[in-house]
Design a protein around this ligand. Sequence first.
Ligand SMILES: Cc1ncc(COP(=O)(O)O)c(C=O)c1O
Length: 377
Amino acid sequence: MQNKRIPLATPTMHEGEMGYIKEAFDKNWIAPLGFNCDGFEQEMVDYLGGESPVHALALSSGTAALHLAIKLAGVKPGDVVLCSDMTFVASVNPIVYEGATPVFIDSERETWNMDPVALEKAFAKYPQAKAVLLVHLYGTPAKMDEIEEICQKHEAVLIEDAAEALAATYKGKQCGTFGQYSALSFNGNKLITTSGGGMLLTKEAEARSKALFWATQAKEPVLWYEHKEVGYNYRMSNVVAGIGRGQLLHVEEHKEKKRAIYQRYAEGLVGCPGEMNPYLPETDPNFWLSCFLLDEDCGVTPMEIIDRLNEANIEARPIWNPMNKQEAFAGCDYVTTGDVSVGDDIFARGLCLPSDIKMTPEEQARVIAVIRSCFEE
Ligand SMILES: Cc1ncc(COP(=O)(O)O)c(C=O)c1O
C-alpha cells in the first residue's frame, strides 16, 4: 500500500470559519462586500498594527490587489516598473495590464529577494522608473532599509508584494506595511486562506477609497449607473471573507508551525550538501515554504530529488522560475550586478520542500529520509 500523500501546502481550517460563514447565510448576506469583509479588513489592520497603520481592502485575489496598487501608483503605458525577478508571474502581470514595462532586478544571496545593489544600478539606467515592485519570497523579508532608501532617493513608489509574507517581520515591522501600496494573498496554499482572495493595503485612506471605486466597476455614487472610468469586479465576497476572519485568528499559530517545519529540515538535513533558504537575523520570516539550495557540483539536481520524493508520494516543487527567462516577457531588461545571475543560479540548485502545517514530525522524517537517500549512492 502506498504511503499517505504529503502535499506541499494545503489549507488548514479550524472551527471558527464556519461560524462566520453561517452568519452570512443566516443574514442572507451572500454578496460582495458586507459585514465579514468589513470585519476581516479591520481585524487585519489591527493585526498588522504598529507605527505605520494601514488601510485594508478585501479583494478577489492578490493579483487584483497588485493591479490596483499599480494603478494607484500612477503607472501609465510606457512607464518602467523595476520588479523582483525571482517571483511568481502574478507579481509581473499587473504591470503589463497597465501597458507598462517591467525591468527585472536580480536577487541577492542573503534573502533571495531583490538585490539593492542591482536596484541602484537599474535606477542609473532607468532614472525615470515610476515604481518598484518588491516581493518577499517564500515569506522571507527583503532588505527593507536599503530598498526604502533607494526608492526615496529616486522618488519611486514602493509597492510591496507581500502575498507570501503575511506575519513576517523586518526589524519588528510587518511585511505589507512598508510599501505605499501592498498586496496580500489568501490563495489556497498561503499561510492563511480564504480559498481564493487577496487584500490591498494602503497608507492613505483616500487611496483605499479610490481602489474600492475601481474594484466596484468604477460606479459613480448615483443610482442611475454612471461610469466615467473603466473599472473591475475585484471585490471579495462576504462569504469568503468569513473564512478569512476565522483563519486570521490562527495566523501566529500557523507561522509557529511553519517555523518548526523549517527547523526540523535544518536539523534533519545536516550533512547533506546544501543549505536552507537564508534570512537576515533582524527578520522573522513566516517560513511559508521551506527550501533547500544544493551545493554546486554535488552531483544531484533539484529535479532528481523532486522526482524521488514524488515516487514516495511526497510533493515538492522547483523554485519560482525567474521572470527574465519567461517567453511572455521576452525583450524586457534584466539587471544583475555581476556576470552570474543569482536568481538563475538559485533556480538551478534550489527546491521547495513540503511545508504543510498538518504534516506530522513522523511524516517530515519520511521526507528527510528520502532526500538523504538521494545523496547516498
Ligand atoms: C509572490 C506572489 N505574488 C502574487 C500572488 C498572487 O496572489 P493570488 O493567487 O491571490 O492572485 C502570489 C500567489 O499566488 C504570489 O506567490
